[in-house]
Design a protein around this ligand. Structure first.
Ligand code: WTA
Length: 572
């Protein structure tokens, strides 16, 4: 087990004395220097004398284990960077990673950044329509994928002239590759020992993560290489990563947690991390922790609730004594989950709060700080946070009042814009504050308590699902006149997707039609975005200006008051 003295000894002291110069100095960065995340996470660690230290312990769904040192990841990232460069890709080009959690995903991420490209990770469960929207918006030049996902890529390319290269990492030659497709084999490629990384500067774009809003298409939150300053120090202070840790972040790099902390945060600290490329099963997770002697575990409430459901007895079958720090992100972490984990693991889960847009943890529970179960903790050092009034967007001084979480812009990992969507980006700022879109309150001791989102985005199992994409898919069905997507409560996933549908005249709301509609949209959407339930209604509640009031439908599902329905058309 790692030593038990936390990296920050006193939260209050660290918060008061913090300066971004601390991580900048620790990383050897000063203004004007080149800074490349790919290089900082591999070459720099090797130069510090850790070339032979394990960087990645990877386990596949068959139980196969592969181990890679920091020198290995350096060379493999070089190899991919060189391959991309030789294809004719240029700095600034968007290169999409569309893969399960195979090792090439991790090396590919660093490789894209080393050649100066913008990494665009997308969750491999996305269907062709979700994939198309995001590749089209980013005008992505190349996509790195696996054979098993190739059919989804092929379904999009006729309408994507900008997508010039489809790189397949596990092509076995059994089926011929088509136009624009090319095989890349990590094992067969000539290993590139030396690659001159693109001399990116602090503000050079690095990663493009798509996230959903209530209206419009998903938005690409664009990050820069300088983000590593925040990701490094928050992995050190909030996740408490130390030199001899074996760290496991369960998130998929298709989402921001999987890159900010499943790649950058850990490797910027020179920490060994584990990846399990297999579906969720409590027993397998415990086995994984035992086998690899995981010390720090960063997971999500849905997974924690799922393992809670499996009970306490199963935990006793495993030796989990290597664990020393547990953290969670993505959704509200129920107080019961914190208390339960203390009971069964002897360690509480530490809630952390942040977003794709913030790029790094902004509110958190720290190892040395008293946890109030159910609270998200306190602002990260270097982050000025407040609760602002929902109408005036001015900070609320009084404690315990619900408002919106707002952050003073300027921390290194903050997104720099929404790709092609400056207007929506600008709308996220009021009175000099970045508005998170989440409602919370602060208690007398300065702890933040999450209340809910301020928009119609659904958080299902930690994944944000925007109603727009699903409603658009439904509208393509000939029987659907209009639809509204809302979240309904679910004991494990917190929320699941529910569709309200008003049919066009002449269509009967039958079970058959429901199934037909489900099958129709299944081909377009990812499993996560699929409605778990369809309810046929005569009409949808709307505002006088004709906007669907999802809030009213949602409140019904949650057994809540309707809230403000003064603008409701159907009530008039
Ligand atoms: C929600 C994930 C409650 C919130 C890193 C936020 C949380 C959205 C928490 C961002 C938490 C994240 N407690 N809610 N600790 N952490 N959220 O962009 O609504 O995928 O705005 O980034 O998840 O989700 P995203």
């Amino acid at each position: 087990m790692s030593n038990s003295i936390p990296n920050i000894k006193s939260y209050e002291e660290s918060y008061s004395n913090f300066s971004w110069d601390i991580p900048r100095t620790e990383l050897g960065y000063s203004d004007g220097n080149t800074i490349n995340i790919g290089e900082y996470c591999s070459d720099r660690i090797c130069k510090l004398g850790y070339a032979d230290k394990l960087a990645l312990i990877w386990e596949g769904f068959t139980g196969e284990v592969r181990k890679f040192t920091f020198n290995d990841i350096r060379v493999f990232a070089n190899t991919i960077a060189n391959f991309l460069k030789n294809l004719g890709l240029n700095p600034g080009d968007r290169v999409c990673l569309f893969m399960d959690k195979v090792s090439e995903l991790y090396f590919g991420f660093l490789g894209i950044l080393k050649m100066g490209g913008i990494a665009q990770p997308l969750f491999s469960a996305f269907g062709p329509e979700s994939l198309f929207t995001r590749l089209d918006d980013a005008k992505t030049s190349a996509i790195i994928t696996q054979k098993k996902h190739l059919h989804k890529v092929r379904a999009t390319i006729n309408d994507l002239p900008s997508l010039k290269h489809i790189i397949v990492v596990d092509d076995d030659g059994t089926k011929p590759l088509k136009e624009r497709e090319i095989a890349f084999h990590m094992e067969k490629e000539e290993r590139i020992e030396k690659f001159d990384s693109y001399p990116s500067k602090a503000e050079t774009p690095s990663v493009l993560h798509y996230t959903s809003g209530t209206t419009g298409k998903p938005k690409g939150a664009q990050h820069v290489h300088y983000s590593i300053i925040s990701q490094y120090i928050s992995a050190k202070y909030a996740l408490d990563l130390k030199e001899d840790d074996i760290y496991w972040c369960t998130a998929d790099p298709g989402w921001v947690t999987g890159t900010s902390y499943g790649i950058i945060g850990a490797w910027a600290n020179g920490v060994t991390q584990c990846v399990l490329d297999a579906g969720f099963k409590a027993e397998n997770w415990y086995k994984f922790i035992e086998k690899h002697k995981v010390t720090v575990w960063y997971s999500a409430p849905t997974a924690i609730r799922a393992i809670m459901k499996e009970g306490n007895e199963i935990v006793k079958k495993f030796n989990l004594s290597s664990l020393r720090h547990l953290a969670s992100v993505g959704e509200p972490l129920n107080a019961e989950a914190v208390i339960w984990s203390k009971e069964v693991f002897g360690l509480p889960f530490h809630d952390t709060y942040w977003q794709t847009e913030t790029g790094s943890i902004v509110v958190s529970n720290y190892p040395e700080m008293k946890i109030k179960p159910g609270s998200m903790g306190k602002p990260f050092p270097g982050i000025t946070a407040a609760i602002v009034d929902l109408k005036t967007f001015l900070p609320i001084e009084k404690k315990g009042i619900v408002g919106m979480i707002a952050l003073k812009p300027g921390w290194p990992a903050m997104f720099r814009t929404y790709w092609n969507n400056e207007e929506t980006y600008n709308n996220k700022f009021k009175n000099g504050w970045y508005l998170s879109g989440d409602r919370a309150s602060i208690d007398e001791d300065g702890y933040y308590w999450f209340v809910g989102r301020d928009d119609d985005v659904i958080n299902t199992a930690g994944h944000l699902v925007g109603p727009f994409e699903i409603e658009s898919a439904l509208l393509e069905h000939p029987a659907v006149a209009e639809s509204a997507i809302v979240g309904k409560p679910d004991p494990v996933n917190m929320e699941v997707v529910k569709a309200f549908i008003a049919l066009k005249p002449g269509n009967d709301p039958t079970k058959m039609l429901e199934l037909e509609i489900m099958n129709f949209i299944r081909k377009k959407l990812s499993a996560l975005a699929m409605p778990q339930e369809i309810e046929f209604v005569d009409s949808l509640p709307k505002t006088r200006s004709g906007k669907i009031m999802r809030r009213v439908l949602r409140a019904k599902e949650w057994g809540e008051e309707n809230g403000d329905i003064s603008t409701l058309e159907n009530d008039m």
